[in-house]
Design a protein around this ligand. Structure first.
Ligand code: ASP
Length: 328
């Protein structure tokens, strides 16, 4: 039996970082270097290692991730059986969700990183890469879309969040937990999620700028008011609780929604944005009646990605509403 063919793409991140002294660690290693640190991979898959980017993940753009999605789609057309994307943990949840939206294929895509630099004692990168290869080549991972694997836990792209600045257990799917675990050299799935609806972008589609605004006590709306003049084509408002903003900002939020698609997310850790409970000024009923689109279970950064791609696909406000419907 030939080994499965695995495409490994490295974008940078702590997992690729080396260095010492006051200058700090920097992304130096490529995908082939990382693969070489795990000899056991040779028994799992036939690997092609590529390194399209070498940056801290806060410097990755949505365009970069769309490029990676294209490379994975092309790789699947070439006959690869699965793909692993290696990058910094700071934005893993965004890359994973973007790939989940943009790669329409049964074959697994697994995104990984590490919390400790490549030269740190107890570096977690090799273990995470090994676990990712086991997940990516497992038959049970097929049809689950893009997964995130760190700390031997398997998370669904749409739920996973980075929850701690330092711990190797930083990735959580709040109030849900991981889909599965890697134990004794085997990926074991406990739960399955329905596939994320995919979005097909026209070739070379321009990605419109979409703002993400988190609301805090006493916000007077001046940032929200500035968005149209700044050239934004859409906005995600991360409201308080179940999707609330100060009552004094409600009218402005409605004016913004008349100017561009505006999605209402929640700044809480979990749960859907409400649509039919609270009726005071600035509540979710008020905001939805003014044209804001509820983000459902999607957290702000992921709602921003979905809105960006929906606008790039040419959807109007009604179409954007439909794109968010599966997450309610
Ligand atoms: N700052 C790093 C990055 O996101 C953190 C990491 O990789 O864990 O690139």
């Amino acid at each position: 039996m030939p080994l499965p063919r695995l495409l490994v793409l490295s974008l940078g991140g702590t997992i690729t970082m080396t260095g010492s002294g006051p200058g700090g660690i920097q992304p130096k290693l490529g995908a082939a270097d990382l693969v070489a640190t795990v000899p056991a991979l040779a028994g799992i898959a036939e690997i092609e290692a590529r390194s399209p980017f070498r940056v801290g993940s806060s410097s990755l753009s949505i365009e970069n991730v769309a490029t990676v999605a294209g490379e994975i789609r092309a790789g699947f057309n070439e006959g690869f059986d699965a793909a692993i994307v290696i990058q910094g943990t700071d934005t893993i949840e965004e890359t994973a969700f973007a790939l989940d939206l943009l790669v329409d294929d049964e074959r697994p895509v697994v995104v990984i990183g590490a919390m400790r630099g490549a030269e740190a004692p107890g570096a977690d990168g090799p273990a995470n890469l090994y676990a990712a290869a086991l997940v990516a080549t497992s038959a049970e991972a097929r049809g689950l879309g893009t997964l995130v694997v760190l700390n031997d836990e398997i998370h669904a792209a749409r739920f996973v969040r980075k929850a701690h600045t330092a711990l190797t257990s930083t990735f959580v799917s709040p109030f849900l937990g991981p889909l599965g675990l890697v134990v004794e050299g085997r990926a074991r799935f406990l739960v399955r999620v329905a596939p994320t609806p995919k979005l097909a972008l026209p070739a070379d589609a321009a990605l419109p700028p979409v703002a993400l605004l988190k609301f805090a006590m006493g916000d007077d709306g001046r940032l929200a008011r500035a968005l149209p003049a700044l050239g934004f084509k859409g906005a995600v408002l991360e409201g308080m609780g179940a999707g609330h903003v100060p009552g004094t900002v409600a009218e402005l939020a409605g004016e913004l929604a008349a100017a561009m698609p505006v999605v209402l997310a929640s700044r809480t850790l979990g749960g859907p944005v409400f649509t039919r409970t609270y009726g005071y000024p600035g509540s979710e009923i008020d905001l939805v009646s003014r044209g804001l689109i509820p983000a459902g279970f999607l957290q702000g950064p992921k709602a921003r990605l979905l809105l960006t791609f929906a606008l790039a696909a040419g959807l109007d406000s009604a179409g954007v509403g439909q794109a968010f419907a599966p997450y309610q």
